[in-house]
Design a protein around this ligand. Sequence first.
Ligand code: ADP
Length: 618
Amino acid sequence: MAMRKIALVFVTAVILPSLVLAWLAARSIRDQQFLIERQQSIICQGLADRLAAEVQAQIEASRRAFTNRVERLAGDPGSPSPPSSFDERLRQDWPLAEVGFVVSLDGRILAPERSTRDEARNFLEFNERFLTGRELVQVYANKGLPPTQQPVLPAAQAPANRYDPTARAQQRSVLPQQSLQQLQIEEPSSQPGPQNANAPPQLQNVSALVPSTTEFRRLIGEDRSGMLARFVENRLFLLFWHRPAARPELAFGAQINLPELVRQVGDRLPGAVDPALHNDVCVALLDDNARPMALSRPGFQAVWKRPFVATEIGEVLPHWELAVYLADPAKLTQAARVTHLALGLVLAVLVAAIGVGSWLIIADLKRQVRLAAQKTDFVSNVSHELKTPLTSIRMFSELLAGGGVAEPDRQRLYLNIIAAETARLTRLINNVLDFARLQRGERKYCFERCDLADLVRETAATSRLHLERSGFHFDCDLPASPLWVAADRDALAQVILNLLSNAEKYSGDQKEITLRLADTGRGMAELRVLDRGLGVPPGCEEKIFEQFFRAHDNLNSGIPGSGLGLTLARELARAHGGEITYTPRPGGGSCFALRLPLAPAAASAAGAPAPLAKAAAL
Ligand code: ADP
């Protein structure tokens, strides 16, 4: 019952709080990991957004450079030159131009000349109808046009559209592993992304760019300059146009040399990546089929369609992406794995520590509970042990005092019984008092050089009469020469008496006790107390030396005892630098051996060995 209560307290006070703490620790480490991942994706997304804006700015700068050239080439009233030569002059002046063209606002193409080059011929083939307002095509323009405009031309004139808009379905060419949107779903309070902010989660992979179906005249409207991009036969074409101040009725334009433009963008890419990130990521400019056009780390390889994060560049390069790849994609998961492993280990150690701690505490509690029970037994045992001799003493002394016992033999018998019972009482009280003194560390010893054989002989003599009267065959086998030891005579006598008393108590019907003293030859004297009695039950050989422990308790055996005799005997033996051990006696019975160090033959009485000197100080 007590144990169950203790276990309950233990579970609620130790195990439950520990488990809750472990769970909280696990959660916080997982959150930490998530935070690290989120920070990394925010940093990378920021990089992709910034570089995409830089590419846009770079193309915008090229467009302004084009505008300046047009103003110079076409708008100089001092040296008017025919618009038909614009293609050639522009290409000579500006390497980004692949084809220069001139369109009048009333729908005539003044340049390039059809027969000159392949590029010019192709340009006219693809763009003539669009530029002259006879064909509606899908274009991406960096100005706000309505998403889709219905054809304004009669159905008969409706152009054959070379670009199939459904083929692209306006899906993004890449599927980023991390998207800013995802982060915003998890943390709605953060800044909305630049493009997809309003898109529902399932549309994450849809491009933010919407083409407009229009023709050239309508597209430029009243604007002076601009740019447009369109796909023809799945190839991207980028056109700049400008109406110079001097000749606003003409739109001068250029089809951009895309490889040259990409080269210029690519040249600036490595320098645009923050040095701190340079080794950890690779930035790629991907075309509309997710093919790498330029890399910040030449030779880098990756699954191009699966960047870590990506940003669409915008209308200037529709469906092109600025993508960021992790140099070591396993690093994040590896870090997560290491964290989880560390966490698992910490938890395992924690659980093991709790387990071991619990086991130790429970073992100690068990010991305490057992000790408490033994103490209770001890009190009843001691009371019983005190009562029995007192009853005999009182009864026989009353008989003698009453004068009713006339025979001298009988008188002597009663007196002997009284003497034996008094000795038993004295021994018990001495044991209890000595035990209390030992517990408090107050037991004092008076060591002197003495002959152990002599001491054993004396002590045996005091017990002999009583033992023989009780029917024991008591044998003493002592050496003829002295065995010198440094000892407290009273303490050693108490040890020997306790062992003899036990031999008597636990002998049962086999009333035979032997004392055997000898020099073991290894500087030790050994006194063995042998009986042919009950013996110590197996498994209790060491326990019998614990305080209050009784292998044969009162209830089962009817043998009175306090469970202190052997505890005390061992303590006293150890205080002399010796030891007491138990071994079963061959042929039945017990053998208790008291071993004591021999004192040097010529040593003085004061010369106690080190352990003795220490014990003497107690
Ligand atoms: P007690 O007062 O019970 O005898 P002890 O400390 O002297 O206490 O002994 C502890 C236990 O060791 C005893 O209860 C008994 O079970 C066992 N014991 C001691 N001496 C003997 C012996 N000579 N033969 C068998 N058992 C013994």
